[in-house]
Design a protein around this ligand. Structure first.
Ligand SMILES: NC(=O)c1ccc[n+]([C@@H]2O[C@H](COP(=O)([O-])OP(=O)(O)OC[C@H]3O[C@@H](n4cnc5c(N)ncnc54)[C@H](OP(=O)(O)O)[C@@H]3O)[C@@H](O)[C@H]2O)c1
Length: 324
């Protein structure tokens, strides 16, 4: 089959199109014909081997997962002997970042536990945009900040892959949403349902007058002390993504701020869970959440797709389509 490979760490120029053997599913796996794949910042970490710490998981000197890509939407072609929930012909989607990546290819072997039925109202191209980014947003809102109807939430860096899902999921949960994005995305945030929209280039959050039950930082940077000030008594802040400084502040200062006040501040890491994907399928089929697709690239233009994602200015998701 045709696949994109990364046999050494580097920029998108190390990506190559190659013929590789077809995957052979184990007894608990399914063979999936891949239709579309979406890219996430995690795919850039695997491509570049940066930050260096990631190499302890992905291979110290060269990538151990040679086919990149983790979000997938496709059709079941064959099932292993132990597979119970799916049959050939089913349309499925998954996030394989915890299962060895390997989706930028014509076929992928996928463990049954990683898969969910694709939302019926989405094309494969749209469905591929959903798994990792939306699961991250769902878990950050539902499990980390425990968002409740009526809560006021700030979503900082709301216009990317994770942020566009976070705004919609927060609205579906009945929260009042303040989205922080650049000027060019203000109108888009309104369309997604945000109640208040702040331009990150113009707003001085140290002087901002509203306070929040929850703050989720997804892109960009603000001092942790500023976020702490913006939280209500018992408010919760989680750092999902953004600058490295943001991550270290949340990791090191978060526990200290938490001990010294009634507020809770810390990092968040997405866990794999297919049950979350089933919950998202419901929200999507009820039209409460929809994936935002910024750009679509054909398989042969993978390098361009990774390069675009690496600029950190996508509105929603970047998709690669796989030829039949
Ligand atoms: N913790 C976890 O488990 C987990 C899981 C998934 C992702 N992440 C992390 O979450 C982060 C976001 O992922 P993503 O998929 O949303 O990335 P993304 O799609 O690449 O984000 C792009 C968006 O970021 C916005 N942005 C860029 N600079 C900004 C700034 N200074 N302030 C506010 N917004 C800014 C851009 O808007 P403009 O073009 O308008 O600037 C663009 O819309 C990444 O750091 C990723 O590694 C963490």
């Amino acid at each position: 089959m045709k696949a994109i490979t990364t046999r050494r760490y580097g920029s998108p120029t190390v990506l190559k199109a190659e013929e590789v053997p077809d995957p052979v599913p184990k007894d608990d796996e399914l063979l999936i014909k891949v239709h579309a794949v979406s890219l996430n910042q995690a795919n850039l970490v695997l491509l570049k081997g940066k930050p260096f710490l990631a190499r302890f998981a992905y291979g110290l000197l060269k990538p151990k997962h040679i086919i990149p890509g983790s979000d997938i939407s496709g059709v079941v072609k064959a099932v292993g002997k132990q597979v119970k929930r799916f049959k050939p012909g089913d349309e499925v989607y998954a996030d394989l970042s915890n299962y060895g990546f390997g989706t930028l290819a014509e076929y992928a072997s996928v463990p049954e536990e990683a898969l969910a039925l694709k939302p019926a109202n989405l094309s494969h191209l749209q469905a591929a945009a959903v798994p990792l980014a939306s699961l991250t947003a769902l878990q950050a809102l539902r499990d980390a900040v425990r968002l409740q109807p009526g809560h006021r939430i700030m979503i900082y860096g709301s216009s990317g892959g994770v942020g566009t899902f976070a705004v919609q999921i927060a609205k579906a949960f009945g929260a009042t949403v303040t989205a922080v994005c650049s000027k060019k995305h203000k109108e888009n945030m309104k369309l997604l349902g945000a109640d208040y929209i702040l331009d990150y280039e113009k707003t001085d959050l140290t002087k901002y007058y509203r306070s929040f039950d929850a703050i989720v930082a997804i892109n960009g940077y603000q001092p942790l002390a500023t976020y702490k000030k913006l939280l209500n008594k018992n408010g919760v802040y989680v750092m999902v993504g953004g600058s490295v400084a943001q991550m270290f502040e949340a990791m090191l200062l978060g526990p200290i701020f938490t001990l010294a006040s009634s507020k809770k501040l810390g990092n968040f890491l997405k866990k794999h869970n297919t049950e979350g994907l089933a919950e998202l399928t419901n929200l999507i089929e009820e039209d409460k959440v929809r994936p935002l697709v910024d750009r679509v690239y054909p398989f042969q233009e993978c390098k361009e797709a990774f390069t675009y994602l690496d600029q950190h200015h996508a509105y929603g998701k970047v998709i690669i389509t796989i030829p039949n």
